[in-house]
Design a protein around this ligand. Structure first.
Ligand SMILES: [Zn+2]
Length: 496
């Protein structure tokens, strides 16, 4: 979840006279005082705790989310790798960033029983086998000709271990070379074929689901999970994946039903936890009105008139179009937006205490607290909505791999904020630094404004696109000719 840089604590004190260099009349609700230093440290601890609690049983790589919570994350990819301990991610929750990782060569087809094997190989088939082996070992490009031969061999000799292993390798290698050329969909078609040939392989189903999930294509992810369950009706992990795909499509009731069905088969702590979480969310949204537009489902407080809901949706749709144009990208699927009448709303749904709004990477929802619609769309609410919507776009575009400073800096930038003439605490972006949340946001905005000055929106869009395909340093180099640390250094240098 990515929270908007409005501290409730500082909001409460925003009426008091400003003190310190960071406070200018425009400072608005992020006005801070020296007393906030201590508060900031408390917040960091609270946020880390909240993040851990919130993501305790989520499908998303918690490490990414938890890492982004504190202002300590600079390189998300690095964090992900380091945090992938047994407590952080269950083995079946392979992070969705793994889509472009190379094929695990040690993995083979499921051990065959030989049941389907039909007779010995003919002379012609032996030759085909040898030719394909040669192609696979040479690590050359596997094209449609090789795929066709592999299909023929499979049709005649499925179950024969040497044929199975080769057919498996041919498809995996074909997928790998498509991936290398950035053709994810083509690569996934080969993986999908593997699930058809060997529906018993759990790993292939996981790979296919996770790839669809990381693309944000939840309807397709749902289909994968359903097929996987047809082949493996007792595997809890696919119930969880199916439920998650449904939640991401704002079909939480269906998700809860699926989990109840699974639990009727047998108790499972993970599924039970997920069900409780979904039911809690549903109970908070139950009394809310619901309205729909082409890209959003809006849940609004009870009592708000249809006209007010429509007004918010119209605003969101306009912003969606604008952001799509600005960022040269539109996220797939619809985005649920929940407007809570009170400050407790976001917190009750697992958001950090200090946040007035969040975008959750776990369920893809935008949540806004104290969204009192009786006053209509205030400038504050508008900015908050654009900020969180930007996170949804960035998450989709980068497959949730944007470094936290780019993510928060850009969300502020596209919602109209510009760096203020204040002293920027550049260390607020250092990995491992403990700093005030407001300093982090200020520094992040300054960093993004610097990148914007360097290469404009086009450069930023190149960066976001590259982040979805490569690691952070490679992506920065592609867009700016500098790796991430070098870009930071250049930013610090021009501040002086
Ligand atoms: Zn944010």
């Amino acid at each position: 979840m990515l929270a908007k840089a409005a501290l409730r604590a500082t909001q409460n004190t925003s009426q008091t006279p400003a003190t310190g260099p960071a406070s200018t009349p425009e400072a608005g609700r992020r006005r801070t005082s020296r007393a906030d230093v201590g508060l900031g440290i408390l917040l960091v601890v609270a946020v880390a705790w909240a993040a851990r609690t919130y993501f305790a049983d989520r499908d998303r790589p918690q490490s990414v989310e938890a890492g982004r919570q504190g202002p300590t994350t600079a390189n998300v990819k690095r964090e992900t790798a380091e945090n992938r301990g047994p407590g952080a991610t269950a083995p079946d929750e392979s992070p969705e960033t793994d889509v472009s990782s190379p094929v695990d060569e040690t993995e083979g087809p499921p051990t065959s029983t030989g049941a389907g094997a039909v007779g010995p190989l003919s002379e012609k088939d032996r030759k085909t086998l040898a030719a394909l082996e040669h192609a696979v070992e040479g690590r050359g490009t596997i094209g449609s000709a090789e795929i066709l031969l592999a299909e023929e061999l499979n049709a005649r000799h499925h179950g024969l271990p040497e044929v199975d292993q080769l057919v498996w390798a041919v498809f995996q290698q074909a997928a790998a070379s498509e991936r290398q050329q950035g053709r994810t969909d083509e690569a996934l078609r080969y993986i999908e074929r593997l699930t058809e040939i060997w529906p018993e392989s759990l790993a292939t189903w996981r790979e296919l689901y996770d790839a669809r999930a990381s693309q944000g294509r939840w309807r397709e992810a749902e289909q994968v999970a359903r097929k996987a369950l047809a082949a493996h009706p007792t595997e809890a992990e696919f119930y969880r994946r199916l439920a998650r795909a449904l939640v991401r499509q704002d079909r939480s009731e269906e998700a809860a039903d699926i989990l109840r069905q699974a639990l009727a088969r047998g108790e499972d702590l993970g599924l039970r936890g997920m069900l409780t979480e979904i039911e809690t969310g549903l109970s908070h949204e139950r009394d809310m009105g619901r309205a729909q537009s082409s890209h959003f489902t809006l849940h609004v407080e009870a009592g708000a008139s249809a006209r007010e809901g429509r007004q918010v949706l119209d605003f969101l749709e306009r912003q969606y179009t604008d952001l799509g144009r600005t960022l040269d990208y539109e996220p797939p699927g619809e985005i649920p937006v929940i407007l809570y009448p009170t400050a407790a709303g976001v917190e009750a749904s697992g958001g950090p205490r200090w946040a007035v709004a969040t975008y959750s990477h776990a369920d893809g929802r935008i949540r806004v607290s104290t969204a009192d619609l009786s006053r209509g769309l205030t400038a504050d609410l508008e900015e908050t909505l654009v900020h969180e919507l930007a996170h949804a776009f960035i998450a989709g575009r980068t497959r949730m791999t944007a470094p936290r400073d780019v993510n928060e800096g850009l969300a502020q930038y596209v919602s109209g904020r510009r760096p203020r003439p204040v002293v920027i605490d550049t260390r607020a972006l250092d990995p491992g630094s403990i700093s005030r949340v407001s300093d982090f946001y200020e520094a992040a905005l300054s960093f993004v404004a610097f990148l914007m000055k360097k290469q404009g929106q086009a450069g930023m869009n190149d960066l976001l696109k590259a982040l979805g395909e490569e690691d952070v340093d490679q992506a920065f180099r592609r867009a700016y000719g500098l790796d991430y640390d070098e870009a930071h250094k250049a930013w610090v240098k021009q501040l002086r």
